[in-house]
Design a binder for this molecule. Structure first.
Ligand code: BGC
Length: 743
């Protein structure tokens, strides 16, 4: 018996060393799976279990004995979170961890430019790498289902196609640095209200057509190495331990071979976490332990309770092996990849990237002539800096730090240019004055990080009177308000309570509109807001949360140095009930159950089905120049399922300035066996045109663009019949249409 064992060991050791005597798992010329099995075979049961749960707020152990490094994760998704203490959320007090804040992902989505997503991913990946993190907790791609969701600012809007096209280059850019992108929160985490408990009931059509495509694209096209489970439940099971989402879809249908990381505290029992496809448990209040209890880690569901089950034989060792294999793959792709670059942090280059993305994401919602000018007068924007003598800036968001707060995406930044600073720097000889107008929050703070105190104790009346008085003789008034990252606004852990602006801003805007006709309203937010004053204000700009370069990017757009080219990644409704989740009264659910009865009719799909006029439609965004669309032509009148149809449309810049336009292509199925939206975004292209320049844009339509998810058959199908192609400048501004048939 002993001899047999010895021979086995010898055979094994020959197998597990490569020619130059390197253990196989350390030899990167070996196939990934050989390395994985070799490393696994060298590990003890205790070492394996240690790897599947956290050891600190953001790290998990490797195997020091074997030279397998720890995993260090970081939020995400729009900057690298400051170092926190080992077992606390508070700052560790480092002096070299102030990052570059990139614009929030809503802004990235609003660029409608995959090249910007690639630049974003590359840049933030470099920052993560420099800080020695091997997993970036982002990007977030939960679909925008309600404008109340406190975390929409971290996501990429309401359309699955747009989010899919933007997430892939982000993931690839991050991972080029040997840092895993951890796409979150998989899945159906579309609100913060009751996020830990709500059970989402959604039909398979909506699941596959609306809520999953961006995750699927990140995994199958972006080849994401990590994914984060969500807090909520689906089919009665928590998402982090959900058999259907993790085993059937993620691993089964998409062949995901990376790690599934739990959201922090998102695991709720050991057996499901063992069997349903989770790999790493992170969090802080697991098992009912208080947040302050020290070393709760050994009590995690996948810590001692798991080890006990393995040791007793109740759970087979193969269950932990499956998880460790995924974690080893993560190590080989990141920490143990000898060729990964070194990264860079808070550099001028990253500042430039942040600014470029911000400038392309800002959306010009409205730009008309002041109401007192004759018909055909010049639009208010861009500000005419040659003739203006005084610009009055009003509003709290002109001076408020927006990088701190909002929850886990809060940042400690190297710098943040406020809108007021940005405008002042660009103003040259033009005098820029400031009036607060309203006072909402004293300061921004989170996890021990506090921004400059902007407390103003004056009464709302005093603040308003001051602003109105100063507005009288100004050539322009630029109101900068919106939401902020405080609880109940754009902030993790809770939703907004209403669509309207907080702190009585509507009143301030309405009063200013009466006094000065050259009023520009700038909304800083990650969500749609109500605008009861929309018809009384000539110009409106949506800037999102723009990060470190906020003020510079905004000033460049306001003054015309940059011609705006952002388009809305979600619809702005007039009122909440213009959105399915609210019209049907399903949000936020009852007794922890929420049914998405609007099904696939999310965002513009609902708006168009119900013939609602939105405040601003999906895909909307103006420019300082104009684009004329010619007539679209098709390469054929009909195609077969394996053929492609080429659509060509000429677009010309007919204005006086160079500018960028996003040409959007939507497809509508004229008749189908299952209900379908009037039309759905299937392609888009962003291109730059000089004045008078014209370009032909071509799109190739294949059967994939015509398919819907047949829930009975559980497959994507394209039904023969007539289809309509809509091409335009927004979902509601269609310039040309083409009919064709699928044979
Ligand atoms: C959030 C995640 C985040 C994690 C770590 C959770 O509360 O939902 O998005 O990555 O905390 O900070």
């Amino acid at each position: 018996m002993k001899r047999i064992l010895l021979m086995f060991c010898l055979f094994f050791s020959v197998l597990s060393f490569s020619k130059n005597n390197t253990p196989l798992y350390l030899d990167d010329s070996q196939p990934m799976e050989v390395r994985v099995e070799d490393a696994l075979s060298r590990m003890t049961l205790e070492e394996k279990v240690a790897m599947v749960h956290a050891q600190s707020k953001f790290s998990s152990p490797g195997v020091a004995r074997l030279g397998i490094p720890e995993n260090w994760m970081t939020d995400g998704p729009h900057g690298i979170r400051a170092e926190v203490l080992w077992d606390e959320w508070n700052q560790a007090g480092w002096t070299n961890d102030s990052c570059m804040a990139f614009p929030a992902l809503t802004c990235l989505a609003a660029t409608w430019n995959p090249e910007m997503a690639a630049l974003y991913g590359k840049s933030i990946g470099e920052e993560a790498r420099y800080r020695n993190k091997n997993v970036l907790l982002g990007p977030g791609v939960n679909i925008y289902r309600t404008p109340l969701n406190g975390r929409n600012f971290e996501y990429m809007g309401e359309d699955p196609y747009l989010a899919s096209r933007m997430v892939v280059p982000y993931v690839q850019g991050v991972q080029e640095n040997g840092v895993a992108a951890c796409v979150k929160h998989y899945a159906l985490n579309n609100q913060e209200e009751d996020r830990h408990t709500v059970n989402v009931n959604v039909d398979d059509r909506a699941l596959y057509e609306i809520y999953l495509p961006a995750f699927k694209a990140a995994v199958t096209e972006g080849k994401a190495w990590a994914i984060m489970g969500a807090y909520n439940r689906y089919k009665g099971q928590w998402a982090c331990q959900n058999e259907y989402l993790l085993k059937n879809i993620l691993r089964g249908e998409w062949n995901f071979d990376g790690v599934v990381v739990s959201d922090w505290g998102g695991v709720n029992n050991t057996k499901e976490a063992i069997y349903n496809g989770l790999d790493m448990e992170f969090g802080s209040w697991t098992d009912g332990l208080t947040e302050n209890k020290s070393d709760a880690y050994s009590q995690y569901y996948l810590a001692n309770p798991f080890l006990k089950l393995l040791k007793s034989g109740e759970v087979a060792e193969e269950e932990v092996n499956k998880k460790v294999r995924n974690i080893l793959r993560l190590a080989f792709r990141t920490t143990m990849n000898r060729n990964r670059p070194f990264g860079s942090f808070a550099t001028a280059e990253h500042g430039l990237a942040a600014r470029q993305i911000a400038e392309e994401g800002i959306v010009l919602l409205k730009n008309s002539a002041p109401s007192n000018s004759l018909k055909g007068g010049m639009p208010v924007l861009p500000l005419n800096m040659n003739t203006a003598k005084k610009i009055l800036v009003v509003g709290e968001n002109a001076i408020k730090a927006m990088t701190i707060g909002g929850g886990s995406s809060s940042l400690k930044v190297k710098y943040e240019i406020s809108p007021l600073e940005g405008i002042k720097q660009k103003a040259g000889k033009v005098k820029v004055e400031y009036a607060r107008g309203y006072a909402g929050e004293k300061t921004a703070e989170q996890d021990g990080l506090t921004a400059t105190d902007i407390n103003d104790d004056r009464s709302p009346e005093e603040l308003l009177t001051e602003a109105c008085t100063m507005a009288k003789d100004a050539d322009y008034v630029v109101f900068i308000g919106g939401l902020n990252k405080h609880d109940g606004q754009d902030c993790e852990g809770g939703d907004r309570k209403e669509l309207g602006l907080p702190y009585d801003q509507d009143r301030v805007i309405s009063e200013l509109a009466k006094i000065n006709k050259n009023l520009v309203v700038v909304i800083v937010s990650g969500n749609a807001v109500a605008m009861p004053w929309v018809n009384n204000v000539p110009a409106i700009v949506e800037t999102w949360y723009l990060g470190s370069e906020a003020g510079n990017a905004l000033a460049a757009v306001l003054t015309g140095e940059v011609n705006p080219s952002g388009k809305l990644p979600f619809s702005f409704p007039v009122k909440l009930t213009d959105i399915g989740a609210h019209a049907l009264g399903d949000y936020p659910g009852k007794e922890q159950e929420e049914t998405y009865r609007e099904s696939i009719f999310v965002g513009y799909r609902w708006i168009e089905k119900n013939k609602i006029k939105p405040l601003f439609p999906f895909g909307h965004g103006l420019s300082y120049t104009q684009f004329a669309y010619g007539k679209a032509s098709a390469s054929a009148k009909s195609i077969k399922e394996n053929e492609t149809l080429t659509i060509t449309i000429p677009v010309k810049n007919t204005g006086k300035l160079a500018g960028k336009e996003v040409v959007q292509l939507y497809v509508g199925d004229i008749k189908s066996s299952l209900p379908r939206p009037l039309k759905e975004l299937k392609h888009f292209a962003k291109m730059e045109l000089q004045p008078n320049e014209s370009k032909d844009i071509t799109f190739n339509i294949s059967a994939t663009d015509l398919k819907f998810f047949d829930d009975k058959k559980h497959e994507w199908i394209a039904e023969p019949g007539k289809f309509k192609i809509y091409i335009g400048s927004s979902s509601a501004d269609i310039r040309s249409m083409v009919d064709f048939e699928l044979k």
